[in-house]
Design a protein around this ligand. Structure first.
Ligand SMILES: Nc1ncnc2c1ncn2[C@@H]1O[C@H](COP(=O)(O)OP(=O)(O)OP(=O)(O)O)[C@@H](O)[C@H]1O
Length: 256
């Protein structure tokens, strides 16, 4: 297993209260090496909290997170992160932004340039290397952010609603591109979204979360014979969408 969450609970202290707030409760989940897992759940169910724990920026109150069998104790270059609004350095060109992670790894200058150029090509930004972030569209900036996380070759890609701020068309083309990159690179991907369609389209498995305290409600396996053509319009896609919608809806309606 690449990633293992073992009975993970995350509590936050509440001001003026002796009782903490439980954001995640007893979450256990495994992600295989090379798997693409999407995580879907209602707003506030603890998705970002879970991702923060995987990045190592936060630590669980109870339970353990393991990467390749080793407990996660902090951030590391073995995990690349892409957020909804990725803060590119405005004073650096697209190429120099992608080079950033490689500097941290002390890759020699010439090699850095070549690698950064390669990853810009991979995300479809050939010819935009010398543009500054303000000269790029939102979708292009997000491509730079993805290229930047890919460039230092992390085994795991952690993505927190990376396409949420984009228009539908750009989102779909980036989803396709991400799948292509994932297939080409074999990385393990954990992708957070609150879009059911996005979760079904991208994930080999979709983990459905419950509202606070966040738990894993169910993990749905998704498989398509082919992703060619209008996958979202197929009956099979509709079945998965409905199954996940029902799981989320069951959670939203309080049981008497
Ligand atoms: N640092 C913090 N201190 C206190 N409470 C927090 C903190 N971070 C998150 N929370 C709470 O934990 C819960 C889960 O938040 P989180 O951001 O993980 O949800 P989410 O599922 O990512 O939501 P969204 O889809 O709206 O982004 C929320 O109720 C939030 O208020």
């Amino acid at each position: 297993m690449k990633i293992e969450l073992l009975d993970v609970t995350k509590e936050f202290p509440v001001r003026d209260s002796g009782t903490p707030f439980t954001a995640l409760s007893g979450v256990s989940l495994s992600v295989a090496s090379g798997e693409f897992l999407t995580l879907v759940g209602p707003s506030g169910c603890g998705k970002s909290t879970l991702l923060d724990l995987l990045t190592g920026l936060a630590t669980p109150t109870r339970g353990e997170i393991r990467l390749d069998g080793v407990p996660v104790t902090g951030p590391g270059l073995d995990r690349g992160i892409v957020f909804q609004q990725y803060a590119l350095f405005p004073w650096r060109t697209a190429l120099a932004n992608v080079e950033f992670g490689l500097e941290a790894k002390a890759v020699p200058r010439r090699e850095r340039r070549e690698l950064a150029g390669h990853y810009l090509d991979l995300v479809g930004l050939t010819g935009f290397a010398e543009r500054y972030p303000h000269e790029l569209s939102g979708g292009m900036r997000q491509r730079v952010a993805i290229a930047r996380s890919l460039a230092y070759d992390p085994a795991v890609l952690l993505m927190d609603e990376p396409f949420a701020a984009l228009d539908a068309q750009t989102r779909e083309s980036l989803q396709e591109e991400l799948l292509r990159i994932w297939q080409a690179t074999g990385k393990t991907v954990v992708f957070i979204t609150h879009g059911i369609d996005e979760a079904v389209y991208l994930g080999q498995r979709v983990a459905v979360m419950t509202p606070a305290p966040g738990r894993i409600r169910e993990v749905v396996e998704v498989s398509f014979d082919s992703r060619e053509g209008d996958l979202r319009g197929t009956a099979r896609f509709g079945e998965y969408r409905h199954a996940i919608w029902s799981l989320l809806r069951e959670e939203a309606v309080p049981v008497a």
